[in-house]
Write a protein that binds this ligand. Structure first.
Ligand SMILES: [Zn+2]
Length: 303
């Protein structure tokens, strides 16, 4: 008997810094605006991913826009925190408007859709700039509620001007996302078509945590989930570990598994490696990874 799950084959997609579609991948995400502040023109036919409040260039140009805590600014060089990027205060009206205008402009091209990335507070201690403290006081809400309201309002405003499929990325914390970042999964689920969960790593030789977080997010998020894994594998051992991890997570109820690459050639390398690796394809068949086998069979048509 077929389970409902058997009717939908998980898709394999791509996340890339190159504005070029690659054969063999369904959902293709392009980083149109990145955390260093570079903002590129829209790319038609791709899911355009916009980094919202992490913008190293904007902060260099005007240091006063950075998010602030009692332990200093939201900058990578502030070792009181473990921040991967430099964060602009999410209530800065001019910066916020600039990002929303940019999102609206992207919609003038025939894009597949729009994904928001880093659209939230850097950590629980942020932001205590005078404007944020004043807005919080006026709101009458507690700190967590107010910060979640700010983030949800931004997502709602972005949705109003965005075109196509609308999604959000997140820091992959299934438990504390609301307290830490102001990400209210319940409220945001009403606004998005799907959630994009990045689980980046230098390799997947140890992969139990990928399976663990995939289960947690599929269970708690009330919209479809796509999972992103890093796919710039320099050794065969790492490429094989990645492909086996994709095979395991493809058994979860995901909309897609996305492979993060810097350029299109990295993606083609992964496909070629899987297609020519008879031992791996036997392993898939023997262990009944039906979906992953089908994906590699599809790749074999192009690679
Ligand atoms: Zn602030």
């Amino acid at each position: 008997m077929l389970r409902a799950r058997d009717l939908a084959i998980v898709k394999v997609g791509l996340v890339t810094y190159t504005p070029e579609k690659v054969a063999g991948f369904d959902l293709q995400v392009y980083y149109v605006k990145s955390a260093d502040g570079q903002a590129h023109p829209a790319v038609a036919g791709m899911q355009n991913d916009v980094t919202c409040f992490c913008d190293a260039k904007a902060i260099r140009d005007d240091p006063s826009i950075v998010a602030i805590s009692k332990n200093g600014p939201a900058l990578r060089k502030n070792r009181r925190f473990n921040l991967p990027f430099d964060f602009v205060c999410p209530t800065n009206p001019e910066y916020r408007k600039k990002v929303l205008n940019y999102i609206e402009d992207l919609g003038r091209e025939k894009i597949q859709g729009l994904t928001l990335n880093l659209y939230h507070f850097p950590e629980e201690e942020f932001c205590v700039c005078p404007r944020c403290v004043e807005l919080w006081r006026q709101s009458g809400l507690n700190w967590t509620q107010w910060r979640a309201q700010v983030v949800t309002k931004f997502v709602a405003d972005a949705k109003k001007v965005a075109k196509g499929e609308f999604a959000v990325e997140m820091f992959p914390d299934p438990v504390l996302a609301k307290e830490r970042f102001g990400i209210d999964f319940e409220k945001i689920a009403d606004l998005v078509d799907y959630f994009h969960v990045p689980l980046s790593s230098r390799d997947y030789l140890t992969n139990y945590w990928v399976d663990l977080l995939a289960r947690d997010f599929v269970k708690i998020l009330k919209k479809p989930v796509v999972l992103e894994l890093s796919a710039e594998m320099v050794t065969e051992e790492k490429a094989e570990a990645l492909l086996k991890t994709v095979a395991y997570v493809s058994r979860h109820d995901l909309k897609a598994v996305l492979l993060l690459v810097h350029d299109s050639e990295n993606a083609r390398e992964i496909c070629r490696y899987a297609v020519k690796n008879a031992e791996f394809r036997d392993w898939l068949r023997k262990n009944e990874f039906v979906e992953m086998s089908q994906i590699v069979d599809d790749w074999a048509k192009s690679y």
